[in-house]
Ligand binder design. Structure first.
Ligand code: XMP
Length: 265
């Protein structure tokens, strides 16, 4: 969908290569199609639903165009996705996750695809335990969670290719800097585009804000902010605002969950 983090596609390829399974993955580049479908969409709920539907459309079109035939569609839904989408008894909608509330079930049905979700009754920490039981490599087990809709829900408001590029670059710089120095369960970098006044040379501009959110958690249902040295934040602010045109401010989010969810939207 074009909303992965910088280098992530290669990292995934490498994982499959190490497992001698490189031939069993096909990566479809549908970035343009996703960007078109999301043009002028600013609500994160709408983004999730559009992305959930596009995932299935792209998959179905690919199998049709290549004369392939599949019986199953598998996804890594976990229990919190179902709870937050209001899919359990007594739970209210917090957000309609792309793979639950936004899932195009009728498209799957029309194409005779049976949905498989082997992890759907497990929390993140249960899944890590299961991974260890199955001898999955520790670096894969301990990969930080990353939402299915990716950077699309970390750009507040309308998504453009420029904004995506800026966020991807900022996210990369910040991850490289913080992940080697701190123990972080999940690091979230958010772009709030064109809302704040900045100065470039002697000119005022309407610039972007980058928000950093680093949290510790066990299962993602609650979270506490990680304490980052202010000198590190100052250094990062200077690097990010100097390196990336249009970003004029960097702030750190100290909020726990509750009340703030881990993602901003
Ligand atoms: P929140 O923001 O709800 O996040 O506190 C809890 C965990 O869920 C991830 N998350 C998502 N994962 N699709 C996903 O696959 C989504 O739409 C989505 N929204 C949040 C989030 O990154 C965190 O690990």
């Amino acid at each position: 969908h074009g909303f992965l983090r910088k280098n992530e596609e290669n990292e995934v390829r490498t994982i499959f290569r190490l497992l001698n399974m490189e031939d069993s993955i096909r990566i479809i580049d549908a970035k343009t199609e996703f960007l078109n479908a999301l043009q002028n969409i600013s609500s994160s709920e709408d983004k999730r639903k559009i992305i959930g539907r596009k995932f299935i459309e792209v998959f179905v079109n690919y199998i049709k165009n290549n004369n392939l035939s599949f019986n199953y569609f598998a996804q890594g839904t976990i229990y919190p996705d179902i709870i937050e989408s209001g899919g359990t008894k007594g739970s209210k909608v917090i957000k309609a996750h792309h793979n639950v509330g936004g899932l195009a079930t009728e498209l799957l049905k029309e194409n005779n695809l049976t949905l498989i979700e082997p992890l759907k009754y497990l929390y993140k920490d249960d899944i890590r335990e299961l991974g260890r039981f199955l001898n999955v490599r520790e670096n894969i087990i301990m990969r930080q969670p990353f939402p299915g809709p990716g950077l699309a829900i970390r750009i507040i408001g309308i998504i453009t290719e420029d904004r995506l590029e800026r966020l991807s670059e900022a996210d990369y710089i910040i991850r490289e800097f913080l992940n080697s120095k701190y123990s972080i369960w999940q690091l979230v970098v958010i772009l709030i585009p064109e809302i704040t006044t900045g100065v470039v040379g002697d000119r005022g501009i309407l610039g972007d804000v980058i928000v950093i959110r680093a949290v510790n958690s066990v299962d993602g249902m609650t979270a506490t902010p990680v304490s980052i040295e202010s000198s590190d934040l100052m250094e990062l602010s200077s690097i990010v605002t100097n390196k990336i045109n249009g970003i004029v401010r960097l702030v750190y989010d100290y909020t726990g969950k509750p009340p703030g969810t881990i993602e901003w939207q």
